[in-house]
Design a protein around this ligand. Structure first.
Ligand code: ADP
Ligand code: MG
Length: 395
């Protein structure tokens, strides 16, 4: 009890954060350094709405943490403010397709943005669509639909919903509709139906990754709002920026590092945030990410990973694909899951390698051909912890 009370006290007494929420991923800051071009581009396209014209559909792409969501929300909020100021009718719906991950949920969210209540389930898609049309016919104006993280929806449910929404202006409605689609997966364009592709990509905006210097500016801006004056030691922001720049320049990663470093300093009753707190934050985040990655693996990949773990534990060295396959098939039998072919298991091994959980190396074995040597790349305790709930099925 005493220890938890002392944690509470440290945090309550701490003067580290002025406004910790300013570092949370949902927070939309007032300034977005190094995104002036993208703001202007998107603003310029959507500005047509202020004059009652339908803006071209926009397709936005870039890796995670490059500011796509923040910029889009920022521009849309400003657009609506301007519209209200001059008496133009501009509305928008923002939908995150990772959260609303079925065509029904997407349409229900659109309906709700128009003030139409839709039950969580129960109506047909056609009925929700009809209600949206009715809503869109009530006023004259422009309605912008933002579909964020659209790759999640399209990969799982196909692009029918996009096709339908893109053709909504052919219906007899008084409101004109524009689409803004955002994707983290640059390859998404390749899997879209050509008709969807051409109407979606009327306008394209690319968000390149940030470099370390840009991340430094972004962090400095956010830190002013989030931390009390003089709390950050000088090297803290450059270190966060450098660490995040190594991982494709992800601003979310950089902000997480800074926030967690602040939280660690708080818990330790430190008056300042120092580089050592950033390093601790880095390994804490790394650990959590690894746990999440392992937990979210499909069952077959978990079995393969566990088979590698068992071989490693038995000190089998080197671990080669042949050994692995026989342990894998045994595990499948114990669990009562169908076995995949050796070829498919090979694919899984490659995926685990790509995820950084294991590393593999191809070696020649003379006349026996080539094989892969496998090594575990993550902390083994962590691996066991991640597979803990799942392993209960085995014993
Ligand atoms: P994406 O949607 O491309 O994955 P986000 O827009 O969610 O990325 O950005 C990730 C985090 O980084 C958010 O907290 C966002 O506010 C912040 N961020 C991104 N770019 C900037 C920027 N230029 N200035 C300030 N904060 C930024
Ligand atoms: Mg986003």
């Amino acid at each position: 009890m005493e220890s938890i009370d002392s944690v509470f006290l440290s945090v309550l007494r701490s003067r580290i954060f002025r406004n910790r929420d300013a570092l949370s991923p949902e927070y939309v800051p007032e300034v977005l350094p190094h995104r002036e071009d993208q703001i202007k581009q998107l603003g310029g396209i959507l500005a047509q709405a202020l004059k009652g014209f339908k803006p071209g559909n926009v397709f936005i792409y870039g890796l995670t943490g490059t500011g796509k969501t923040a910029v889009t929300k920022f521009v849309l909020r400003r657009l609506v403010l301007k519209a209200n100021e001059i008496g133009a009718s501009v509305k928008y719906a923002y939908i995150n397709c990772r959260q609303s991950d079925t065509p029904y949920r997407v349409l229900a969210d659109i309906a709700e943005s128009l003030g139409i209540r839709v039950p969580f389930t129960g109506l047909s898609i056609a009925e929700v669509y009809r209600r949206i049309l009715r809503g869109l016919n009530e006023h004259k104006g422009i309605f912008i639909i933002v579909l964020d993280e659209i790759d999640h929806l399209v990969k799982r449910k196909g692009d029918d919903i996009l096709y339908r929404l893109l053709r909504i202006n052919e219906e007899d409605i008084r409101t004109k509709v524009s689409l803004v689609c955002i994707t983290n997966d640059v390859k998404l364009l390749e899997i879209l139906d050509p008709r969807v592709k051409s109407s979606l990509g009327e306008e394209e905006i690319v968000f390149p990754p940030y470099d370390a210097l840009e991340l430094k500016d972004i962090l400095a801006c956010r830190a002013k709002e989030a931390f009390n004056d003089g709390v950050l030691e000088e090297d803290v922001i450059p270190l966060c920026a450098a660490l995040a720049a190594k991982e494709h320049g992800d601003a979310r990663r950089a902000l997480d590092l800074l926030r967690v470093a602040g939280e660690i300093a708080e818990r330790e009753s430190s008056e300042k945030v120092a580089c050592e707190h950033v390093r601790k934050a880095y390994s804490e985040i790394e650990k959590n990410t690894t746990l999440e990655v392992i937990k979210s693996l499909p069952i077959q990949a978990k079995i393969v990973l566990y088979a590698i773990f068992l071989l490693d534990k038995k000190n089998v060295k080197p671990i080669i694909t042949g050994h692995l396959y026989s342990v894998y098939t045994n595990l499948c039998k114990i669990i009562g899951v169908g076995c995949l072919t050796q070829r498919r298991v090979s694919d899984i091994i490659s995926q685990l390698d790509t995820l950084g959980l294991i590393s593999t190396e191809i070696v020649s074995r003379g006349r026996h051909g080539r094989t892969r040597i496998i090594r575990i790349n993550v902390d083994k305790k962590l691996l066991l912890e991640a597979l803990k709930n799942w392993r209960r099925n085995i014993t």
